[in-house]
Design a protein around this ligand. Structure first.
Ligand SMILES: [Zn+2]
Length: 311
């Protein structure tokens, strides 16, 4: 069965202003590389549908969803933009993009659970892993992965799911949402100290947080993952695995100072797939988070997808 690839033109139209690293060109770079490398031929493309408010409320408070939807729909109507935190700008196209980004994750989850795809990747913006239950921050509005994980549990009836986060930044939003939810195991790596300056002390027993000093290379990161993530994932036996796939721990990415390269992303993807194959019928839904060096981002998504697709 194919690897599903979810995106939507609305995700490209969300624009936080000239010079912002979380830019529409990130998706262009990925698309160009998939076409040039022929990886595109192994993927089954899907246009994401908008998330339903009920799904967003599986991970966010009713009040947050109501207030953010009012703000973003207002900006869509007026054509104005507004900063919601020093790094994060909502504009006229943010509402549509945020709904499609979360919708992609939910739809991909349904497709994989229904056995219509082996696994899926969501090439979406805005990213999600810094969005907490009730706060937008760090380029994120809705927590796409947390919404999808809760959908798998609360709507589709799975009993245990794992979230794997290899973005260079700590997934504080995901941790805020799922800390203490014993149905979810979250394993992550992140550079420490680095924005958002959290994660060194996990908020719940269902977290395996690996803070990593700047300038660590891939070999050491792999050893830590093998020693800390893998036994926890094996013991947890997840029925499905979600990946917060940020590629800003790449050596070429200026938003962090870690030293991962394409081969490391291939290795991480393989290790996650091995757990999924043993316990989860191979079920993986991976969602784009960070990754700001356009060439490195495109090549890294390429090896991630090639590995997921088994080509
Ligand atoms: Zn990041």
């Amino acid at each position: 069965m194919p690897t599903a690839y979810f995106s939507h033109p609305a995700c490209r139209r969300h624009d936080m202003g000239g010079g912002h690293p979380e830019c529409p060109q990130r998706l262009d770079a990925i698309e160009d590389w998939l076409l040039a490398s022929s990886i595109d031929l192994a993927l089954e493309r899907h246009e994401a549908e908008p998330a339903r408010l009920a799904d967003l409320e599986l991970a966010h408070t009713h009040r947050y969803v109501a207030e953010l939807s009012e703000l973003l729909q207002g900006l869509a109507a007026s054509g104005e933009s507004r900063a919601v935190d020093p790094d994060t700008v909502a504009g006229p196209h943010t509402w549509a993009a945020a709904l499609r980004a979360a919708g992609a994750a939910v739809q991909a989850t349904d497709l994989v659970i229904d056995g219509k795809a082996d696994n899926a990747f969501c090439a979406v913006r805005p990213p999600g892993h810094h969005a907490t239950r009730d706060q937008s921050m760090g380029f994120c509005f809705f927590n796409n992965v947390a919404v999808a994980a809760r959908h798998a549990l609360d709507v589709r009836g799975l009993k245990r799911v794992a979230i794997v986060d290899f973005d260079v930044h700590h997934g504080n939003g995901t941790e805020d949402i799922i800390a203490g939810d014993e149905r979810v195991l979250m394993v992550s790596i992140f550079q420490d100290p680095l924005y958002p300056y959290s994660g060194a002390v996990p908020k719940g027993e269902n977290m395996v947080n690996l803070p990593i000093p700047a300038y660590t290379r891939g070999g050491e990161v792999r050893e830590m993952i093998e020693a800390q993530w893998m036994p926890a994932l094996e013991a947890f036996r997840p029925e499905m695995i979600f990946i917060s796939a940020g590629f800003d721990a790449h050596r070429e990415d200026d938003l962090g100072q870690l030293g991962l390269v394409e081969a490391d992303y291939e290795w991480i993807t393989q290790r996650v797939m091995s757990v999924a194959e043993r316990h989860a019928k191979g079920r993986i839904v991976s969602c784009l988070e960070g990754g700001y060096a356009l060439g490195a981002l495109a090549r890294s998504v390429g090896v991630h997808l090639r590995t997921l697709a088994g080509i």
